[in-house]
Ligand binder design. Structure first.
Ligand code: CAA
Length: 379
C-alpha cells in the first residue's frame, strides 16, 4: 500500500489547481451573487479536459479513473463548488450510458459528448420522489417502437443548459423499482420544457431546474439496458459518483481551512494574532484532521470502484463523512472569522452556504446512513 500519486496524477492535479485559482476562484463571488450560469468557465474546463472526464478512450474521451477524477474535483471545488457541481454533473449525466448503454448507444452519445462541448443532466428526482427513487411517477408508456413519457423531474443540475438528458421513468407505478427504465435523449425533444430555475441558498452558479415531460416520444433504441433495469442503473451510477461528492466536499473544506489559517495569522485580538490562541489553534487542528480523513475515505472508495469492487458502503462512507466534515469545517471557518465571517465581504459565509447542499444532494446523508446500515446488516 502506498499513498503517493503518480506523476500523471500530479500533473493533472496541478492543471486543475491552476484552473481553479486563475479561472474559477476570481469569478466565484460574482456568479454567487448573480446566480447566472458561468458557461464560458464551464466550457473552458471542458476544453482543458477537466469535464466529462470519464468517457472511455474508445469513444474519444480521457477515460480518467475515479481516483484521478476525484483529484480534479477536489481542486476545482476549492475555487467554487457551484461551478464544480456543473462541471462534475456532466459525468453524472453520462454515467448511466457508461453503466447501462449498448455499444451502439455509447458510440452515438458518448462520442458526441467527447467531440464537442455538451452539457448533460441526470434526471432522477421528482417532486414526490427524492429519496424514494422507486416511488417515481414519471410514466413511460410503450407505444409501438417508442415510449411516451409524461411527468415532471426536479432538482435537475444543469437542467436549463443541458443538451442531453439521461432520464428515469416507470412503466408501471405499482411495480416500484422493477418497473423503472432509463433513457437517453436530446434536451430539445418535442414535449420537453424547462421550468423555473431554483433560487438556491448556495452553489448558486449551478443551474437547478424543474423539467416537464409532456407526451415526449422516445424511440425504444434510446432505452438504456432492458425494461425494468433502470433502478439498478441509477444505483450503480450513484455508487460511482458519490465519491466525487466526497471530493467536492473536501475541496470546500480545504478552502475553508486555507482561509481560516491566513485570517488567523493576520487578525489581532488582545494585541496578538488570533492564531496564537489555543482556542483557535484547536479549531484549525480539528479542521485539518477531519479533512485528511475525509480525503482518505474518498480516495479509498474511488480506488475500490476503479478496482471493480462493489463499493456501495464505502461510497456512502465517503459522501456522508466528507460532506458532514465540509459543513462543520465551513461553519467553524465562519467562527474563526467572527463577525467578519458573517458578511459577504469575506469568502467563508459562501463556503458555509455551499457546504449545506452537499449533505442533501446525491442522496441525503440520512440515505447514506441507510445504505451503510443495510449493507452492514446484510453482511
Ligand atoms: N447496486 C446494484 N443494485 C442495487 C443497489 C446498488 N447500489 N442498491 C440496490 N440495488 C438493488 C437491490 O439489490 C434490489 O434488487 P432485487 O430487486 O434484485 O432484490 C433493488 O435494487 C431494490 O433495492 P432496495 O430494496 O434497496 O431499494 P429501495 O427502494 O429500498 O431504495 C435507496 C434504496 C438506497 C433508498 C435508493 O432509493 C436511494 O439511493 N435513494 C437516494 C436517491 C438519490 O441519491 N438521489 C440523488 C439524485 S441525483 C443528485 O442529487 C444529483 C445532483 O444534483 C448533484
Amino acid at each position: 500500500m502506498h499513498f503517493g500519486f503518480s506523476d500523471e496524477t500530479l500533473v493533472l492535479q496541478e492543471t486543475a489547481r491552476r484552473f481553479a485559482q486563475e479561472e474559477i476562484a476570481p469569478r466565484a463571488a460574482e456568479y454567487d451573487q448573480s446566480g447566472e450560469f458561468p458557461r464560458e468557465v464551464i466550457q473552458k474546463a471542458w476544453e482543458l479536459g477537466l469535464s466529462s472526464v470519464m468517457i472511455p478512450e474508445e469513444y474519444g474521451g480521457a477515460e480518467l479513473d475515479l481516483v484521478n477524477s476525484c483529484v480534479v474535483t477536489e481542486e476545482l471545488a476549492w475555487g467554487c463548488s457551484g461551478m464544480t457541481t456543473s462541471i462534475m454533473c456532466n459525468d453524472l449525466g453520462l454515467m448511466p450510458i457508461i453503466v447501462g448503454g449498448s455499444k451502439d448507444q455509447k458510440k452515438e452519445w458518448l462520442s458526441a459528448c467527447a467531440e464537442e462541448f455538451r452539457m448533460v443532466s441526470f434526471c432522477l428526482s421528482e417532486p414526490e420522489a427524492g429519496s424514494d427513487v422507486a416511488g417515481m411517477q414519471l410514466l413511460a408508456e410503450k407505444d409501438g417502437d417508442s415510449y411516451v413519457l409524461n411527468g415532471t423531474k426536479c432538482w435537475i443540475t444543469n437542467g436549463g443548459v443541458s443538451d442531453v438528458y439521461t432520464v428515469f421513468a416507470t412503466l408501471d407505478r405499482s411495480s416500484r423499482h422493477k418497473g423503472i427504465c432509463a433513457f437517453v435523449m436530446n434536451a430539445d425533444m418535442p414535449g420537453v420544457s424547462v421550468g423555473k430555475k431554483e433560487d438556491k441558498m448556495g452553489q448558486r452558479a449551478s443551474d437547478t431546474r424543474v423539467i416537464h415531460f409532456d407526451n415526449v416520444r422516445v424511440p425504444a433504441s434510446q432505452r438504456l439496458g432492458q425494461e425494468g433495469e433502470g433502478f439498478k442503473i441509477a444505483m450503480k451510477t450513484l455508487d460511482t459518483t458519490r465519491p466525487s461528492i466526497g471530493a467536492l466536499a473536501v475541496g470546500i473544506a480545504r478552502r475553508a481551512l486555507d482561509e481560516s489559517v491566513a485570517y488567523a495569522k493576520e487578525r489581532k485580538a488582545f494585541g496578538f494574532p488570533i492564531a496564537g490562541f489555543q482556542a483557535v489553534q484547536f479549531m484549525l487542528a480539528d479542521m485539518a484532521k477531519d479533512i485528511e480523513a475525509a480525503r482518505l475515505l474518498t480516495l479509498q472508495s474511488a480506488w475500490m470502484i476503479d478496482q471493480g469492487l462493489r463499493a456501495s458502503k464505502h461510497s456512502s462512507f465517503a459522501k456522508c463523512f466528507a460532506t458532514d466534515t465540509a459543513m462543520r469545517v465551513a461553519t467553524d471557518a465562519v467562527q474563526v472569522f467572527g463577525g467578519n465571517g458573517y458578511t459577504k465581504e469575506y469568502p467563508v459565509e459562501k463556503l458555509m452556504r455551499d457546504a449545506k447542499l452537499m449533505q442533501i444532494y446525491e442522496g441525503t446523508n440520512q440515505i447514506q446512513r441507510l445504505v451503510i446500515s443495510r449493507e452492514l446488516l446484510k453482511e
